[in-house]
Design a binder for this molecule. Sequence first.
Ligand code: T4K
Length: 385
Amino acid sequence: MDKRINVTRPSMPPLDEYIEEIRGIWDSAMLTNFGPLEQKLRKELEEFLDVEALPLFVNGHQALMAAVRTLALEGRKSVITTPFTFASTTEAIAGVGLKPVFADVDPVTYTLDPAKVEALISEDTAAIVPVHVYGTLCDVEAFERISLKYNIPVIYDAAHCFGVRKNGRGVGNFGNASIFSFHATKAFNTVEGGAVAAPADIAEKIKAYTNYGFTGSGDPEIIGTNAKMNEFSAAMGICNLRYIVGVTKRRAAICEKYTGVLTFGASFDPATGISGNGFKLLPYQDGVLKNYAYFPVVFGDAGNDGSFAPDRTGRIEETVKKLQDANIFPRRYFYPLTSDFPSMKEFSPAATPVAKALSDNVLCLPLYADLDLEDAEKIAKIVKG
Ligand code: T4K
């Protein structure tokens, strides 16, 4: 039987290197609560991600909850967001007592459609939470205009965007804040972990949230939680960061292999990602330095006019079955839409047909630095059919 290939496999540093990094913990006995490794990683990441301040978290979900809670306008209850995302985005909003209001996404980038968002803004809108899904950037200029026009904060879920830049600028600089995830399955990991990129004054409040509201001077003025990153996670991050350039190059090579096989012999428009072979891949974005975090394939049919009609013949189920028979386990990120979760019933979502068609037809292929190019070729050939 072929070896099992999962959708991802975490990057890990050489074991000796990790052991060396944690050795000092045995002398200091500082295991957590903003120890030296946490501080070191924070500084290194602020530089790498090109952001002013970056409080570190136990995970990306807590980071998002903290950012929404800190920035949402007081006295308002609704947060406009996308249903085409991981559970975390929607649950973070609901988890801090706010109501997710779902807007539809753009059919090319799969990110929130700014016009649809603007149409949903009301007196009750406390914040907007777009997601740079799969590392593809939202229309950050449009969201900046909307944010200024209505005076509503924009908090980006940049969980998929580690190291992504636009015109040389770190992605964490857009909006009022951006959150990152450093989960084991992400392009960069600290085992579990996350962060919020924000201007220094906001970041200070957000950092207090990770430690019960304590700021180091006086008693808490906000109700926080315990969401600090521990020293063992920070050590993993310090080691993994040393390899990130090579890891990203490997991921890029696998994406290139997938693209080459899937689009071979047919038309392919990089601007939209639409291929005449019956797929849509991620679009090329001008000026964007990518991180190759995910490789989603959307099944459907390209029209002669540049359009793309979602598949309705069950190709995705057939493909998943064929891959599983070969011991390959892709993931249907993100199916179903989070607005269709039973837990979201009370929020009676509006229809989001573009997101629905995507969600029904999207499959994320295995992607990690250690994936062999021959295996990538085999996977792409099965998907191509
Ligand atoms: N916002 C967005 C847009 C997100 O996508 C996420 C997380 C968040 C916010 C929240 O960030 P965190 O709080 O998680 O930091 C995974 C991840 O758990 C989750 O972090 C991620 N998004 C989501 C897209 O994917 P699952 O339920 O698919 O994970 P799981 O355990 O099934 O793992 C997938 C595959 O990875 C498995 O087939 C095996 C492999 N794997 C997994 C782990 C955990 C390993 O080889 N080693 C491992 O340690 O959610």
